[in-house]
Design a protein around this ligand. Structure first.
Ligand SMILES: [Mg+2]
Length: 252
């Protein structure tokens, strides 16, 4: 691997399991990466959840000034100034748009035969302002349920294509192992990649993006056309290996 000038990471199923906190090893790896270069976290998750779960650990780093958080599929961006997180931009959906998305989600899910009689754990629709996410097995589903409810991915693919057809005015993407993320059209992680490149004055091709959903329709795949280097990972253990590769390449 060539040493990248900035490292960008997806959160769910990349730095951490879906809706969970990154392991101490991964957080430690991110801190070591921050010693060397700007680090960005790009996720469908809302800022508040990231802050509650693990942000203080990274914010305490002496170079937290080069940590960038892009919640809501980079519909928003946050940086730290004088110890306080500041929102740099916000491309949130309106209340009306979110209500419409949620109504279509509910109607679509109850109409799809293959989605009936599957137990769910906790809420299924998560409204994050700039993004509405849907997870059929619920946000609190145990890891084995998330892995087994749709082994061949066909249930989620059918929900995804139906929602895409019913909501052509929005961006509809698959994220994580179980979720579908909906944002304003054109608001996806590629927006954050381009913004960061301009903001840092680093050519996109010299930055590295690490994610688990770089397959077609995946919420990470949208970064590929920007020209950023990408590394596909199967989950947090492999992400840890990639972080180690980055550290090795950049300290050589
Ligand atoms: Mg992911």
């Amino acid at each position: 691997m060539q040493c990248p000038r900035a490292a960008l990471f997806d959160l769910d199923d990349t730095l951490a399991e879906s809706f969970r906190t990154p392991s101490p090893e991964v957080l430690d790896g991110l801190k070591k990466t921050l010693d060397l270069m700007p680090v960005a976290i790009m996720t469908g998750t809302g800022f508040q959840k990231i802050e509650e779960r693990f942000l203080p650990v990274l914010a305490a780093h002496p170079r937290s000034d080069r940590l960038y958080i892009f919640p809501a599929s980079s519909g928003q961006a946050y940086v730290q100034k004088n110890g306080v997180w500041e929102q740099v931009y916000d491309l949130a959906l309106t209340e009306e748009e979110r209500a419409h998305i949620k109504a279509v989600m509910t109607e679509t899910v109850s109409a799809l035969k293959e989605l009936q009689d599957i137990p769910h754990y906790g809420e299924q629709i998560v409204d994050r302002g700039a993004q509405v996410a849907y997870t059929h097995v619920g946000v609190d589903a145990p890891t084995d349920v998330k892995a087994s409810w749709d082994r061949d991915g066909s249930k989620r693919a059918s929900l995804w294509s139906t929602l895409k057809n019913k909501l052509p005015e929005f961006e509809v993407l698959m994220g994580g192992v179980t979720t579908i993320d909906i944002t304003r059209k054109g608001v996806n992680k590629s927006h954050g990649v381009k913004w960061l490149s301009e903001h840092l004055g680093i050519p996109i091709g010299e930055m590295l993006y690490v994610g688990d959903a770089l397959y077609p329709g995946g919420n990470d795949a949208v970064v590929i056309p920007t020209g950023i280097e990408t590394r596909s990972v199967s989950g947090p253990p492999e992400t840890l290996q990639v972080i180690e590769e980055i550290l090795a390449a950049c300290s050589a």
